[in-house]
Design a protein around this ligand. Structure first.
Ligand SMILES: CCC/C=C/C(=O)SCCNC(=O)CCNC(=O)[C@H](O)C(C)(C)COP(=O)([O-])OP(=O)([O-])OC[C@H]1O[C@@H](n2cnc3c(N)ncnc32)[C@H](O)[C@@H]1OP(=O)([O-])[O-]
Ligand SMILES: Cc1cc2nc3c(=O)[nH]c(=O)nc-3n(C[C@H](O)[C@H](O)[C@H](O)COP(=O)(O)OP(=O)(O)OC[C@H]3O[C@@H](n4cnc5c(N)ncnc54)[C@H](O)[C@@H]3O)c2cc1C
Length: 663
């Protein structure tokens, strides 16, 4: 990060009120972790083997090949360097892949976790070592062309044949084709297949099966297997999301992953403690998406903030030099709420992962009591965080003006590759409705006098509306948390009332649910937002937090809470919990907070500690030398390889000559 730094960025760094290193340590969990992260990143970023042409200049086939080469290097070098620790691997992997996925993304993110979570010990003995050592490559094949959300509607069948003790895997229709799994098209030779289990003509619902799809000798699809790439998408150019169909392919009985459900040789079905344990891998990935959403938002906001300090435009005062665009308060209003949100979700992601780890340890020991809370929390936070990241990334892109639209900014690729986080691993609205389902259940339990625990404990009593005329300090994090809690509890209550009213008006439960679903999503959203705000505020009470950074982090937390409050002010005003004066005060505080955060903005994004090689953005460069590198980047475009493009000779020349001849 050395070299000549753009003077505007240098000044920003000199004027910051704190040292970013301290915030970096807070964000990553201590100086030791930061040191290790940097060591691993520099192993990748200083290794010429990992350098490749900018993927934006390559065709899809070239992108696939480039990422494959890098991914293999990453695995082999990682093994030599003995990078085995989970956190180390994640630092190392994200340094290699930047804003893109690596070729074995699904193998690591879903195939292996499904084996860890759903296989018996014998099955682990058989496959795990091969999978861990990349001797086989797998993916998670669940979604079909016709059904992604509605898992119970999957059409692929696994019919047990007790005479041979095999399952017959079949794709009965076009809509039953597996569609979307990452790495399925060209890379994987195995998959975890979710298929409807049938025994003696009876359906038992979706279950996971280990299925080989390609030969280990020549990588050709095995007999009865049709597999390929689904074609170009909005993003993920380097990933071979695939389709897959089976024509009565037989697999041994032992290939059903039987940690929870079992099929005995004679076809006796042994029920799992909960049918939803088969969905465990998705819960893990949803928790990861919360972490990733904070991270991608942090990247986008780093790019846009640094660039907004380098970019000068217009005259604020006649005859004066053009100001840095970040000095426009409207620009701050575009970026600072997402800067605050990036911090909020970074911290939420950490809490989500620790809830996940504790609960899944409990579940793997046979105690499944934590499952409903874990599912509801991860579903709601996955949806909220990926929605906010989506809107935030796009806002950051637009805040960079024209250059934001260029791939040189890094923002289009970041957006295109991260936006499906709102769709995959559970479409967001559907996930919010899952959270709402849990909220309704919990709310009803509280009405029955049951004491609630965990994230829904607050539902036990809707807060009374404070007396009118009471003045509040809208910067007080306690006041803000109370307001979010009240709003969540009230919206849960109102959704429950609406549901009851729909029932009383004669609708059956599914119709009543559908009629109330907009309110149900709103309630789940409010619940998830309360969790995020409360979590941020709680992290600031950490007594080990350095006092030199707690001021600036408190401002971010206040901004996050106030911005959400103002954006959703109707929810807080509707029942008179907050007054118009409170909201006006909140708006004024936002302006004042932005002014206070302005000198610290660059230090706050520097604290995310993304090296240039990972950020992959000309606009977001640490040294701020944007313009010369924009030109250099453009010159590297394949269209500039020759001064005169071949199409001139083929098409343009005769066309122009013809037109001139006609004059
Ligand atoms: C890197 C990433 C790449 C991408 C990969 C992918 O996308 S991979 C593909 C990703 N694909 C997707 O993500 C697909 C998204 N779709 C789904 O996950 C499910 O089909 C569903 C949850 C929408 C409905 O499921 P359903 O019709 O079977 O269920 P229901 O609504 O009738 O509720 C019944 C009960 O089950 C409960 N429960 C439900 N899930 C869980 C869980 N995981 N845990 C615990 N519990 C769960 C629920 O709360 C309810 O409890 P209650 O109230 O009775 O006590
Ligand atoms: C980049 C990418 C990678 C993926 N990788 C994988 C993978 O590796 N493995 C895999 O198996 N799958 C994968 N998927 C598939 C993904 O999991 C599904 O697309 C996702 O679960 C959404 O399901 P769907 O496509 O059926 O959407 P749909 O359910 O058809 O959604 C369409 C609309 O219907 C609405 N809707 C649906 N049901 C309801 C309901 N009950 N109530 C209210 N509204 C509803 C949704 O809100 C949405 O607005 C991937 C998808 C993408 C885009």
């Amino acid at each position: 990060m050395a070299g000549t730094v753009n003077p505007d960025l240098r000044k920003e760094r000199e004027n910051a009120s704190f040292h970013p290193e301290k915030v970096t340590n807070f964000l990553y969990g201590g100086p030791g972790v930061v040191k290790r992260k940097r060591e691993l990143e520099s192993l990748v970023l200083n290794d010429p083997d990992f350098q490749s042409e900018d993927l934006n200049f390559l065709s899809r086939e070239q992108q696939y090949e480039t990422q494959m080469k890098k991914s293999i290097l990453m695995v082999t070098k990682g093994e030599k360097l003995k990078i085995t620790d989970v956190q180390d691997r994640s630092f190392y992997t994200s340094a290699v892949s930047g804003s893109d996925s690596f070729s074995f993304g699904l193998h690591v993110a879903m195939f292996l976790p499904t084996l860890y979570g759903q296989a018996t010990q014998e099955q682990k003995d058989k496959w795990l070592k091969m999978a861990e050592k990349y001797a086989i490559l797998g993916t998670y094949a669940q979604t079909e062309m016709g059904h992604g959300t509605f898992l119970r509607g999957l059409e692929t069948t696994a019919t047990y044949d007790p005479t041979t003790q095999e399952f017959v895997i079949n794709t009965p229709t076009i809509t039953a084709y597996k569609w979307w799994p990452g790495g399925l098209g060209k890379t994987s030779n195995y998959c975890v297949l979710m298929a409807q289990l049938y025994i003696h003509g009876k359906s038992y619902g979706p279950h996971p099966f280990m299925v080989q799809i390609r030969s280990l000798q020549d990588h050709k699809p095995l007999p009865g297997v049709t597999v390929g790439d689904i074609g170009p998408k909005f993003g993920y150019g380097s990933v071979d999301n695939g389709f897959l169909a089976f024509n009565n392919v037989r697999i041994p009985r032992e290939n059903m992953l039987m940690k929870y459900s079992k099929v005995e040789p004679d076809g006796t079905y042994v029920k799992p403690p909960s049918t939803k344990l088969a969905y465990g891998t998705m819960v893990q990935v949803r928790a990861n998406i919360v972490v990733n959403s904070g991270r991608v938002l942090a990247k986008a906001v780093t790019i846009a903030t640094r660039y907004s300090c380098v970019r000068r435009q217009s005259e604020m005062k006649p005859g004066h030099p053009e100001p840095q665009v970040l000095d426009y308060v409207t620009q701050q209003y575009k970026l600072f709420p997402y800067l605050a949100a990036a911090y909020a979700f970074w911290l939420t992601g950490q809490t989500m992962m620790s809830v996940y780890t504790t609960s899944s340890n409990q579940i793997s020991k046979g105690d499944i009591s934590a499952l409903p809370e874990l599912h509801a929390l991860s579903a709601g936070l996955k949806a909220l965080s990926s929605w906010v990241a989506n809107v935030g990334m796009e806002e950051c892109r637009m805040a960079c003006g024209g250059h934001g639209y260029s791939h040189a900014s890094g923002l289009p690729r970041l957006y295109a590759n991260m936006t499906p986080g709102a769709t995959y691993e559970g479409e967001n609205t559907v996930m919010m409705l899952q959270t709402a389902r849990y909220l309704m259940k919990s709310y009803n339990q509280s009405l029955q006098g049951e004491k609630l625990a965990g994230s829904v404990a607050y539902l036990s009593g809707v807060q009374p509306v404070p007396a009118a005329g009471r003045t509040r300090n809208m910067l007080d994090l306690g006041v803000l948390c109370d307001a979010y809690r009240h709003r969540a509890a009230r919206l849960v209550h109102e959704a429950a009332v609406q549901l009851r009213n729909e029932r009383q008006a004669g609708k059956d439960q599914p119709d009543a649910w559908n009629a109330a679903s907009v309110d149900l999503v709103k309630a789940a959203m409010a619940h998830s937002q309360y969790f995020v705000v409360k979590n941020f505020a709680e992290r600031l009470t950490d007594s080990t937090l350095d006092s030199s950074i707690s001021d600036v982090l408190t401002r971010l937390c206040q901004l996050h809470a106030l911005h959400g409050l103002v954006t959703n002010s109707g929810d807080f005003l509707e029942d008179g919990y907050l007054t118009g004066t409170d909201v006006r005060q909140a708006r004024r505080h936002i302006n004042a907070l932005m002014a206070k955060l302005r000198p610290d903005a660059v230090a706050l994004v520097d604290a995310f500690d993304f090296p240039d090689g990972i950020l992959n953005s000309v606009l977001g460069r640490y040294d701020g030398n944007v313009y010369e590198h924009l030109l250099e980047w453009a010159k590297a475009s394949p269209l500039n390889k020759t001064d005169v493009h071949q199409s001139y000779h083929k098409y343009l020349k005769p066309f122009l000559e013809d037109n001139r001849a006609k004059l």
